[in-house]
Design a protein around this ligand. Structure first.
Ligand SMILES: NC(=O)c1ccc[n+]([C@@H]2O[C@H](COP(=O)([O-])OP(=O)(O)OC[C@H]3O[C@@H](n4cnc5c(N)ncnc54)[C@H](O)[C@@H]3O)[C@@H](O)[C@H]2O)c1
Length: 424
């Protein structure tokens, strides 16, 4: 077989949070798409036109794709070779935070090796360590004898969207394409010209570095206010006031706000650079700051309330960031584990995640402390604050590193928050 005998335009291998919206978006632009996932439950949900996770606008797209007949599904990775372009959107976790775990990519590559044909392209959409795209090109050249860039094409086209904004950003964020050899970049750029976003061609390693360092920048940007929050507690200073002093009318840069910084991308992508770093440990230190925020909040809670054994603590939010249903690598889970190790009675409420949680009222009833772990928009209104006053213990301690209500206190009793807000 060669590429002219293929029966679809593009295959997407891995129908996760990146792969499924991408598959639906290609189908919506009129391409014939094969969606591949090894998880039968995921495929069943797609077949039944049920989005398996929240992504703005994707449900309507899924229904349209089903009706159009342009999306077919398979559990078998070799079926991906029935399309001209094969896009890999598999997970790329890290081993112990200092080495990329490429097992899913290697396994898909081995499944595809025997069926790849002249004229096809293999595109890494997953986030990968520098050098991975050249490795993939070398692997198919070594085992199949392709001249990559001439008779078979390999490129990295990293996914840069933020969850929840996929359908908007696929048409607006510049699409980086790093192709191997002479023609891979052009071939893959043509595929992504299905979308309205501008395409920027570069080398594979520059595409890899650009993606990883976008996330490193965000991860580090959030570590700084988190470290400042810890410093402020030691100096009995108010982090929000210090941040305002830094940022107010100052033209050179600005510091972000503190919070619980995690999620499956930020938490691991820095490791892909760290594994061969010129400054080993620097990014691990960034990670350790962000990872120690739950402990910092717990210690602050204990300093104010004393022992937590047998006392109820309500945790609001399980998702890793605001307004998502994604709990993967959320620091809320770490916070809950730490609270449980203090023998606290932990009650959790999150209106968005698939894990069943208590209602807001049940979580708050009689709580000695409330921790806002995720700044979902549901929590940022006066109603949640009123519910805390009404249902939790009188003068319950509220821990709000996000400054959800503008009281500008990481740790404050509910009466203090009410007084502060009333005085503004
Ligand atoms: N989630 C995001 O917001 C985001 C944003 C940008 C980049 N990325 C990157 O995109 C990649 C994918 O992330 P994700 O969040 O979509 O992951 P995910 O875990 O949601 O999706 C991966 C999918 O691949 C399937 N799968 C795993 N092994 C398989 C195999 N051998 N054959 C077929 N299917 C297989 C899984 O069942 C799952 O559905 C990662 O490299 C990630 O770092 C993610």
């Amino acid at each position: 077989m060669n590429a002219s005998q293929t029966t679809a335009d593009v295959s997407i291998v891995g129908l996760g949070r990146v792969g499924l919206p991408l598959a639906l978006s290609f189908a919506d632009r009129g391409l014939r798409v094969i969606g591949i996932d090894k998880d039968p439950a995921r495929l069943q949900a797609v077949r039944e036109a049920r989005m398996p996770f929240a992504e703005t606008g994707a449900q309507a797209l899924l229904e349209r794709a089903g009706a159009s007949g342009r999306l077919s599904l398979s559990e078998r990775v070799p079926d991906a070779a029935r399309a001209r372009h094969i896009v890999i959107t598999l997970g790329t976790p890290s081993f112990s935070h200092i080495e990329i775990d490429m097992r899913d990519i290697r396994s898909a590559l081995d499944d595809l090796l025997g069926v790849l044909a002249v004229g096809q392209s293999l595109i890494l959409r997953s986030t990968v360590a520098p050098g991975t795209t050249e490795f993939v090109a070398g692997y198919v050249a070594k085992h199949r004898g392709f001249r990559v860039g001439e008779d078979m094409f390999v490129a990295h086209a990293p996914e840069r969207i933020a969850a929840g904004r996929f359908l908007e950003e696929i048409d607006t964020l510049p699409c980086i394409v790093g192709g191997v050899g002479g023609r891979s970049g052009d071939v893959v750029a043509e595929l992504f010209s299905s979308f309205a976003a501008p395409i920027v061609q570069t080398s594979p390693v520059q595409a890899e570095l650009a993606k990883i360092w976008t996330n490193i920048l965000r991860y580090t940007n959030f570590a700084l206010p988190n470290l400042l929050m810890m410093d402020c507690e030691r100096h009995s200073a108010n982090v929000f006031e210090v941040i305002d002093l830094i940022n107010r009318d100052y033209p050179r840069g600005g510091i972000a706000q503190p919070g619980l910084t995690a999620g499956s991308c930020l938490r691991k992508d820095f490791a892909f650079s760290e594994e061969r770093s010129a400054a080993p440990g620097m990014l691990l230190a960034v990670s350790r700051v962000n990872e120690s925020v739950p402990l910092f909040l717990l210690e602050g809670l204990k300093r104010r309330l004393g022992a937590l054994a047998g006392r109820k603590v309500a945790v609001l939010g399980l998702a890793f960031k605001a307004d998502t249903d994604d709990e993967r690598d959320s620091l809320s889970h770490k916070l809950i584990r730490l609270l449980e190790r203090e023998l606290a009675d932990v009650a959790v409420h999150d209106p968005r995640v698939p894990t069943p949680t208590a209602s807001l009222q049940d979580a708050l009833d009689g709580a000695a402390a409330v921790v806002v772990a995720t700044n979902h928009s549901e929590f940022r209104d006066a109603g949640t604050l009123a519910a805390i006053t009404e249902r939790a213990c009188s003068d319950c301690l509220v821990i709000d590193p996000w400054n959800c209500w503008g009281a500008a206190q990481v740790f404050a009793y509910s009466s203090e928050i009410a007084a502060l807000l009333a005085s503004r």
